[in-house]
Design a protein around this ligand. Structure first.
Ligand SMILES: *Cc1c(COP(=O)(O)O)cnc(C)c1O
Length: 337
């Protein structure tokens, strides 16, 4: 595999015995929140491939974007600094942000920070990052721009290979996961898992729980970036050119599954019942889920595991804990404990 080796891999898989007993299903969690400290979470798996591409191209500056508490931006900054590269992040803000959580770490780890409004972010984040890249290039830097969440062709490889890691761990653990669940915010994690599931014929049910937008949007994104990933899979020796062409012709939005009912009141906004769920899980299993991604996804799982829910037919369920702990601290005052 041609990539950086930065993450602590393979990540552990643990059975959550009390949640399992409560739900009558075997629920396991894959600790991708423990891929590191500064670059903890799911984004490092994508960055191992994307930043290798940046180094291969001779780049010395990583530019990316996200919300003010973006885990992806923090991980990108950590990787850049670790490798001796410069980093610049475009952060979406409402008002002047407190120096806390991931944003604090962005600053601590030495990133250049540029802010934009929600409207600018939605309408022209790509154009703003290109302006930033042009300005740095004029100073002699060689920038590499990573889109939101590193959810683009080369980034998809991170969870393509994570799915193979899961299947190798199944043999060691003596369990077969029929269902894999993950939180979805920009689509690259789900796309990689499901592309691997399809290409390698693993036959699992792979579900993304949306924390923003809706299922139709993410089905389009996942199909598109999975297609973009195919040439990289050829380069990595996973597919022949003919196989890649066949998958490119056949991949369609309906190949990707999402639950869209758990966005709640919006991206990075929490309802009291979601925070209560996070506290309950922390006390039940000593696993801290984050308010933006994994808390919403597991809140959805609890609901879907009930009578008549869409996870009722699953026996062995693997939830991928994609990280986000630093995002829990800035909302600590919203908990009633
Ligand atoms: C980014 C992120 C996700 C979502 O992954 P995508 O590939 O963007 O869909 C889930 N959990 C955490 C903690 C994240 O930071």
């Amino acid at each position: 595999m041609h990539k950086l080796n930065l993450a602590n891999l393979p990540t552990k898989i643990q059975r959550l015995s009390r949640w399992s007993a409560e739900s009558g299903r075997n629920i396991y969690v894959k600790r991708d929140d423990q891929t590191g400290s500064e670059w903890s979470g799911n984004k490092i798996r994508k960055l191992e491939f994307a930043v290798q591409e940046a180094l291969d191209a001779g780049c010395d500056l990583l530019i990316t974007c996200g919300g003010i508490q973006s885990n992806h931006c923090r991980a990108t900054v950590a990787v850049a600094t670790h490798l001796g590269l410069k980093s610049a992040v475009l952060l979406r803000i409402g008002e002047e942000p407190p120096l806390d959580g991931n944003y604090f770490l962005d600053r601590l780890l030495g990133a250049d920070v540029r802010f934009c409004t929600r409207d600018e972010y939605r309408d022209r984040r790509g154009a703003i990052m290109q302006e930033m890249a042009d300005a740095y290039a004029a100073q002699g830097y060689r920038p590499y721009v990573i889109p939101e969440g590193a959810s683009f062709g080369v980034g998809v490889l991170g969870y393509y290979f994570a799915m193979k890691e899961i299947v190798a761990q199944e043999r060691e653990l003596g369990v077969v996961f029929d269902t894999v669940v993950v939180a979805t915010g920009s689509g690259g994690t789900l796309a990689g898992l499901q592309l691997s599931n399809l290409v390698n014929g693993f036959g699992k049910r792979v579900i993304g729980v949306c924390v923003c937008d809706d299922a139709a949007y993410f089905q389009d994104v996942a199909a598109r970036i999975s297609r973009e990933a195919l040439p990289y899979l050829v380069a990595q020796g996973e597919l022949t050119a003919a196989q890649a062409a066949a998958w490119s012709a056949s991949l369609k939005p309906a190949d990707f599954s999402f639950f869209e009912e758990y966005v709640g009141i919006g991206y990075a906004l929490s309802r009291p019942e979601e925070l209560e769920h996070i506290a309950r899980m922390a006390r039940l299993e000593a696993v801290a889920f984050d308010p933006v991604y994994t808390g919403k996804a597991t809140f959805g799982m609890v609901n879907e595991l009930r009578e008549g829910g869409r996870l009722r037919s699953s026996e062995n369920i693997l939830f991928i804990h994609t990280g986000g702990l630093y995002g829990l601290f800035p909302v600590s005052r919203m908990f009633s404990l």
